[in-house]
Design a protein around this ligand. Structure first.
Ligand SMILES: CC(C)(COP(=O)(O)OP(=O)(O)OC[C@H]1O[C@@H](n2cnc3c(N)ncnc32)[C@H](O)[C@@H]1OP(=O)(O)O)[C@@H](O)C(=O)NCCC(=O)NCCS
Length: 415
């Protein structure tokens, strides 16, 4: 298996090509501006150096953040485009995990790595990882933290910091001088990271080599579903959100760490109790338990999705595939979690999967009086295309049929 990997999440670009776990070529490519012009030419140089062609690549590994917003966006978008066009597997990996894996490859006698990146605005992106079967597992999850609290967090989870390996923007240094140095810098309020020499770990090499190792377990993601892991909102996004709601900015929506922790995954029967609770809290005529249980089965017809944060299911979407259409049957988010983007994430995931499977139209019915849901669907490109009179038995309300073309198709006009 030929693997191309690149990391453009920081100014220290890393590119690597490996076959079946053996490194064929690697290139550092540091940029001062953006990777927009440099990325593909560097990939071409790498392939030439390794004696391979792009159409031979079987998998593309890429860092998906955190890091520079532009670097992550360009790297991931390019990887997604290449994977889609080549029919290659896409393996997006957290930048911090890749740094930790690369650091531990250089320090075989260490088991913990503490990768850290300058997140600017007096914050750092940081995490703690432990070595595991050819790759790493998080001991402390990636987070954007004020530089002042970073050291406390690290010492809370790393009992013997001297035994850890550090990498940040990113020198790999064994903490010896380190632990005494870092708190000093922090207490003096100096920007910790500027004191470190710049030498990013060999992230791309670590990904390219681990990708062929089943034990390492790097997961494939469909190119339509891979999303950046920003860990917090960019300044532009914060401004845009504030502009949209100038009178009362919803601060809850700015918590991108919470959004990042939100996982959209296939539903299963074990989710029934929480799904049922949301259903009862959301609808005057909830579906019976048995119907919900049926819809939580994965089969060729049904592909239920749930949104989970920190072990709690906070939303779900149930849909059927009928011919080349996706019928969204049920979508709800726990009342205390609404207007924070969860419904959007669920719907986008269902639509992306439908597009990937070649479906051409998404359709659903919504109560005419359900203004929030109608507004939600309109925002997601659905248009009214018909009406079912007195469709809902409890209130005799009409149902609006709303549809949305998938992948370039056309929505049928109003019935
Ligand atoms: C419809 C529902 C699933 C939306 O989930 P959500 O997580 O709140 O949705 P999001 O946060 O992703 O909302 C995205 C957009 O939808 C629209 N929207 C969502 N709720 C809205 C509301 N109460 N009023 C007006 N617009 C709303 C807005 O355009 C919103 O963007 P904004 O917050 O930037 O203005 C949720 O409101 C819900 O569970 N409702 C009860 C169950 C239901 O009616 N399901 C639909 C059955 S067809």
């Amino acid at each position: 298996m030929l693997i191309l990997a690149f990391d453009t999440a920081t100014a220290w670009g890393r590119f690597a090509l490996a076959e079946d776990g053996v490194l064929l070529a690697s290139l550092p490519h540091n940029v001062s501006g953006s990777y927009a012009d440099a990325l593909l030419p560097v990939v071409q140089r790498l392939l030439t150096q390794g004696g391979r062609r792009l159409d031979e690549v079987d998998a593309i590994g890429v860092t998906c953040g955190p890091g520079s917003f532009t670097g992550v966006r360009i790297g991931l978008a390019t990887a997604k485009g290449l994977a889609w066009a080549l029919g290659a597997r896409l393996l997006p990996v957290s930048t911090l995990a890749a740094m930790a894996a690369a650091l531990l490859a250089d320090w075989p006698d260490r088991d913990l790595a503490v990768p850290i990146l300058d997140a600017r605005r007096d914050e750092v992106f940081a995490a703690v990882y432990r070595r595991r079967d050819g790759w790493v597992e998080p001991v402390a999850a990636p987070a954007a933290l004020p530089a002042q609290v970073w050291w406390e967090r690290v010492t809370a989870v790393v009992p013997a910091p001297d035994a850890a390996v550090w990498g940040g923007n990113g020198v790999a240094l064994v903490v010896g001088e380190g632990p005494s140095l870092r708190p000093d810098l922090l207490s003096r309020g100096e920007p910790v990271l500027r004191a470190w020499t710049a030498a990013h770990p060999a992230t791309a090499q670590a990904i390219a080599v681990a990708a062929a190792d089943p034990q390492a377990g790097l997961a494939d993601v469909h190119p339509f579903r891979a999303v950046p892991l920003y860990l917090r909102a960019s300044e532009a996004e914060v401004k845009r959100r504030l502009d949209l709601t100038p009178a009362a900015p919803d601060l809850a929506r700015l918590d991108d760490a919470a959004v990042a922790r939100l996982v959209i995954r296939p539903g299963r029967e074990a989710d029934l109790p929480l799904v049922e609770r949301i259903e009862r809290d959301s609808f005057g005529d909830p579906w019976p338990t048995a119907a919900l249980r049926d819809e939580l089965n994965q089969d060729p017809l049904r592909r239920p999705l749930v949104a989970e944060r920190e072990g709690r299911v906070i939303g779900y979407l149930m849909a059927w595939r009928a011919g080349d259409e996706l019928h969204v049957l049920n979508l709800a988010v726990a009342p205390d979690e609404r207007r924070r983007g969860t419904g959007t994430r669920l719907l986008e995931a269902a639509l992306a999967a439908a597009i990937a499977d070649g479906l051409r139209l998404a359709t659903l019915e919504v109560r005419i009086g359900n203004a929030p849901a109608r507004s939600f669907y309109v925002r997601h490109g659905f248009v009214e295309s018909g009406r079912r009179l007195r469709y809902y038995r409890d209130t005799g309300e009409d149902a609006l049929i709303m549809t949305r073309p998938l992948a370039g198709g056309r929505s049928p006009g109003p019935a």
